[in-house]
Design a protein around this ligand. Sequence first.
Ligand SMILES: NC(=O)c1ccc[n+]([C@@H]2O[C@H](COP(=O)([O-])OP(=O)(O)OC[C@H]3O[C@@H](n4cnc5c(N)ncnc54)[C@H](O)[C@@H]3O)[C@@H](O)[C@H]2O)c1
Length: 310
Amino acid sequence: MSEKIAVIGAGLIGRAWAIVFARAGFEVALWDAVPQALQGCRQLLQDNVGDLAAHGLIDEAAEVVLARIRTADSLADALQDAILVQENVKETVEVKREIFAEMDRLADPKTILTSSTSWIPTSEFSEHLPGRDRILVAHPVNPPYLVPLVELAPAPWTSKATVERAHDIYTRAGQSPVLLNKEITGFLLNRIQGAVLNEALNLYENGYASAADLDKVLKDGLGLRWSFMGPFETIDLNAPEGVLDYARRYGHTYRDVAKTQPPNEWKSETLERLERERREELPAEKLGDRARWRDNRLMGLIAHKRNQEK
Ligand SMILES: NC(=O)c1ccc[n+]([C@@H]2O[C@H](COP(=O)([O-])OP(=O)(O)OC[C@H]3O[C@@H](n4cnc5c(N)ncnc54)[C@H](O)[C@@H]3O)[C@@H](O)[C@H]2O)c1
């Protein structure tokens, strides 16, 4: 019998996780506290899996993948016999505390409990639970069936065995796990995204360039390399003798520039100006179409990356 994963919360991220696990051959039980969310999700799952099939990103017929996803009658029903539970409910500490207390009470002690939270460290919602050694954050990127990174961010009391088992399960599900050695708000990805946004907002606010040109810096510049190598590998290759050589040549310049990069205050005047510029570029009624275009571009890129050497 296939191993079972429970996915709690059938919103944007929960549905996407259901596809990740089902695509990899796991049985998935999906549950949501709001019955309409569960009723509405079948069509959305079909649309997303259909898009993946159209791009050659699933190895089986769409119906075979979809048949592995069933909706559960209750939280207890979803958790029964699951090897791992992926929680995807509302992003507040109170709600996470409540759902993890309930899941810790209901789930078999061997079941790993993970949260998709984008910002909240594991210790903030697991500290007082009897099963806290089997709880950790597994933060995905939207949508995880296209973007494989998952950030594993355990609390100091999460057991090593739990982390190793979770790492193995996400790897077998086709994801690319990274491990945080210590807890920090926002984990790795959102902190790095925050640093980029901070500087882009500073440059925009102070009139150095238009929003469109700042977007181009990433999409026609840095982003091209970043889709297959990170900033450290980039600098390792950008000086003939590697990282230390790069640092000798340019380190002092980066250090000086960093002193002119203060925290951006996300001022409403700046954001309203940015909103106006974006709406001239893309009217509000076209946001949905453009998101679908983005997902199709991503699927094309993932299909290309699959055929390349690592
Ligand atoms: N949206 C993103 O880009 C993104 C990316 C990474 C991580 N996350 C994280 O994933 C989680 C879910 O985000 P989302 O964007 O899918 O939200 P969403 O609003 O689309 O879905 C949340 C779902 O949880 C259900 N729910 C609320 N309380 C519940 C409860 N107590 N028990 C069961 N179900 C409950 C709601 O009915 C809803 O269907 C959040 O913690 C978020 O930070 C989101």
